[in-house]
Design a protein around this ligand. Structure first.
Ligand code: GDP
Ligand code: GDP
Length: 495
């Protein structure tokens, strides 16, 4: 299991710069306008040889308009406290600690999580001295770093490593599937959508619990079980079980915890509740699943709340809504269920098994060749580089889980993403891959011998572009679907 390390701090102290340093890529263009530097909020990386999900909470807060710095620091701290194993609390060494710094310090201290104080912007020795002012924050010795110039990173990494070691994490725990034939499944969704009810319903009968492996770290456990001919491992049962002991609604939706479960699963079951609609958080999680190239099944629960006479119509309406709100996931199957009445719940396992099969499917080379020729003939690419026309020379499946295809082409960098989408849709139409994300890589043939120009990309990976999609993580109240009124029209009045 990878550890979660969260970066917290008030705006402009250099969180996103530090994030980019630690993930080793300079993806974001730093700027002096607070909150404008980030293009990525989380990434997997190795810190001191520990596999870590690094999270820039400064981006997760995605300030609501009119928010004070204090409120955003509070929100970030809460996200970190809810789901992080280690917290990096970043301050600007060039200034004395501010009221917001003290506010964050108080919140973080209460969490009892390991907090490493990071004194950023130690650009010159004078500032390095100044970091002793930061002792006031009460986290001991601050680590001096200059995120901008990569100074102090090794020491910081090794401090993180020490904390993780103490917590029982092991080095190089890069996730490997222990048993090839098992389907790793995770039930995800906001509190109260019915995850525990669903899992209890599934385990009530028919299921054989083979073993329960207590996690080595935290309270995480995995459960192996079998259904029909498929072997499953249910990951992250802790999140589901623990909730039973807590008053409904108290446990906050832990976005970090959810992301970690996604990482550990092959097939993600994202549960929605019919009466609550689709929220921005649901979209955010589904996008993360897509980026991580996992399998995905959407379950709309609590269908018993709908008047049976109106069910078809209600389902139709909901599918339409999914198409609008999650338009980037046309391939994800949808199951309408009632965990309470145990209706359609086993369909969830059957479909998950099918999705897992799809993820492992290999398409013969000759079938791909025939398909590609037809696809190119039907819609020849019309991109060009100067006098050179863009062409696709061949395609090959190079991996499964996720299904990964390499398209050999003459000028990968001129390929328009809409053409990539066309090819992906074509692959899906012809070969299936229902319920799983896939990866398409466009690159030059290795043997092309042609010298690359400086500005030429060797390889382009088709990305999922969510620009314009609504990614805010609002507070729970504001986050509910605004057109929940349509839902009310379907609700069984007798309920
Ligand atoms: P965030 O709002 O906390 O994520 O801060 P950013 O990472 O966006 O950085 C804010 C500003 O501080 C940017 O202009 C960065 O270039 C700058 N910055 C970040 N790290 C350093 C550093 O180590 N030294 C100096 N001098 N500036 C830095
Ligand atoms: P979790 O937080 O996602 O694990 O949700 P729970 O399984 O604890 O369910 C939250 C509440 O929703 C409980 O009161 C359940 O009884 C109720 N619930 C769960 N599934 C259904 C369902 O299919 N129909 C109805 N009407 N209520 C449900």
């Amino acid at each position: 299991m990878s550890a979660v390390v969260a970066i917290v701090g008030r705006p402009n102290v250099g969180k996103s710069t530090l994030f980019n340093r630690l993930v080793g890529k300079r993806r974001a263009i730093e700027s002096s306008v607070p909150g404008t530097t980030r293009d990525r909020l989380y990434d997997k990386t190795l810190l001191d040889d520990y596999e870590v999900l690094l999270v820039d909470t400064g981006g997760l807060e995605l300030g609501k308009e009119g928010d004070t710095i204090e409120a955003s620091v509070q929100e970030q701290s809460q996200i970190a406290i809810d789901g992080a194993d280690v917290i990096l609390f970043v301050v600007d060494v060039r200034e004395d600690p501010t009221a917001e710094d003290f506010h964050a310090a108080t919140l973080l201290r209460k969490s009892k999580k390991p907090v490493l104080l990071v004194a950023n912007k130690c650009d010159n020795p004078r500032f390095e001295e100044q970091r002793y002012n930061l002792y006031e924050l009460g986290f001991g010795e601050p680590s001096p770093v200059t995120a901008l110039h990569s100074f102090g990173m090794e020491e910081l990494e090794s401090r993180v490593g020490d904390e993780l070691k103490e917590m029982g994490f092991e080095k190089n725990t890069v996730y490997e599937k222990p048993r090839e034939d098992r389907i790793r499944i995770a039930f995800l969704g906001r509190p109260n959508v019915g995850k525990s009810t669903m899992v209890n319903g599934l385990f009530g009968k028919k299921m054989v619990v083979v073993s329960e492996i207590p996690g080595t770290t935290r309270d995480a456990t995995e459960i192996d079980f079998e259904y029909k001919d498929s072997k499953f491992t249910l990951v992250d049962t802790a999140g589901i079980r623990r909730r039973g002991k807590v008053e409904p609604g108290i446990e906050k939706y832990s976005i970090l915890r959810t992301m970690q479960s996604v990482d550990e699963a092959d097939v993600c079951v994202l549960m929605l509740s019919f009466d609550e609609g689709i929220t921005n958080q649901d979209c955010h999680v589904s996008q993360y699943i897509l980026e991580q190239k996992k399998g995905l099944l959407l379950v709309v629960n609590k269908m018993d709340l709908v008047d049976p006479k109106k069910r078809d119509q209600a389902e139709h309406m909901y599918v339409h809504r999914l198409k609008t709100k999650m338009s980037y996931l046309p391939w994800a199957p949808v199951v309408f269920a009632s965990a309470l009445e145990r209706r359609n719940i086993f369909q969830v396992l059957e479909l998950s098994a099918e999705i897992s099969e799809e993820r492992r499917k290999e398409i013969p080379k000759k079938d791909l060749k025939v398909w590609l020729q037809l696809a190119l003939d039907k819609h020849p690419p019309n991109m060009a580089r100067g006098k050179h026309r863009f062409t696709v020379l061949g395609v090959e499946q190079v991996a499964t889980e996720p299904p990964t295809f390499v398209f050999l082409c003459n000028w990968p960098e001129v390929m328009h993403f809409s053409y990539g989408r066309y090819l992906e849709n074509g692959l899906r139409e012809n070969f299936g891959f229902v319920g799983t994300a896939m990866k398409l890589i466009f690159r030059k043939p290795e043997s092309s011998g042609a010298k690359h120009r400086k500005d030429e990309a060797e390889e382009i990976v088709l990305t999922d572009d969510f620009e314009g999609e609504n990614l805010e993580l609002d507070s729970d109240e504001e986050d509910t679907d605004t057109d929940a009124k349509d839902v009310e029209d379907f609700m069984d009045e007798e309920q």
